[in-house]
Design a protein around this ligand. Structure first.
Ligand code: MN
Length: 231
């Protein structure tokens, strides 16, 4: 088959200890999964209602990248997140069954045009422009679930130019990995290649051209993103 032109391909993520890469199918993101972050955004976490937004797979880039400050914002924010890589079909699975779908974990940044998100909230319009755009999902290599072990009190933190801004423990998540997968699987037929960004803790904030974002989840590869001048 001949194609009229090439389009950007979804990224593949390296897997620690594996020769083959993990191709990204879809990117799901969880909103408000840490109590302290919900409060800083002016909301209370509702334990009964997790909710989601998506990013286009071509929006993903690997950790270590340098990206231009994006157009259309004057308040570009970092959100450090714990990522789940899905390695098996999951449709209407229970919380107990959900663990079988987890291939591994990675560190991620859910980069956000916070001003456009505020506009969208105010006007009750969709979030796409605030969340789903080029270079807005930054991911590290995947660590396989067996090499990571149980999710618990591991520290997750993010610094800008070396100054710590976000600092939490994975067990501070309102919804854990299995609960998220189970709930999401009642809306989507999850399949290998899907990834989930599980929400950000308190301390989100703006970055500007010249800033270097570094972050780490204890037990996973560290993440890094450099913000260059706008194009
Ligand atoms: Mn987020």
């Amino acid at each position: 088959m001949s194609l009229l032109f090439d389009v950007p391909q979804p990224m593949v993520i390296a897997v620690n200890g594996e020769d083959a890469d993990f191709p990204v199918g879809r990117i799901f993101c969880v909103g408000r999964n840490y109590v302290a972050h919900a409060k800083e955004m002016g909301s209370e976490v509702d334990r009964e209602a997790p909710w989601y937004f998506c990013k286009t797979p071509t929006a993903a880039i690997p950790s270590g990248s340098t990206v231009p400050y994006p157009p259309g914002t004057e308040n570009y924010h970092h959100e450090m997140e714990f990522g789940i890589a899905i390695g098996a079909d999951a449709f209407r699975v229970s919380v107990d069954q959900a663990a079988d779908a987890i291939y591994g974990y990675f560190s991620a940044l859910d980069m956000t045009r916070r001003d456009r998100q505020s506009d969208a909230k105010e006007t009750r319009r969709p979030w796409d422009v605030s969340k789903d755009f080029e270079n807005s999902a930054v991911v590290t290599a995947i660590t396989k679930v067996g090499d990571f072990g149980a999710v618990g009190p591991q520290r997750m933190h993010l610094a800008v130019n070396g100054e710590v801004r976000q600092d939490t423990r994975l067990d501070d998540m309102v919804w854990n990995s299995e609960e998220i997968i189970s709930h999401l699987s009642h809306f989507y037929h999850l399949r290998p290649g899907d990834i989930i960004l599980t929400g950000t803790p308190a301390g989100v904030g703006a970055v500007v051209a010249g800033d270097v974002i570094t972050g780490c989840v204890e037990g996973l590869d560290p993440i890094e993103l450099t913000i260059a001048a706008a194009e």
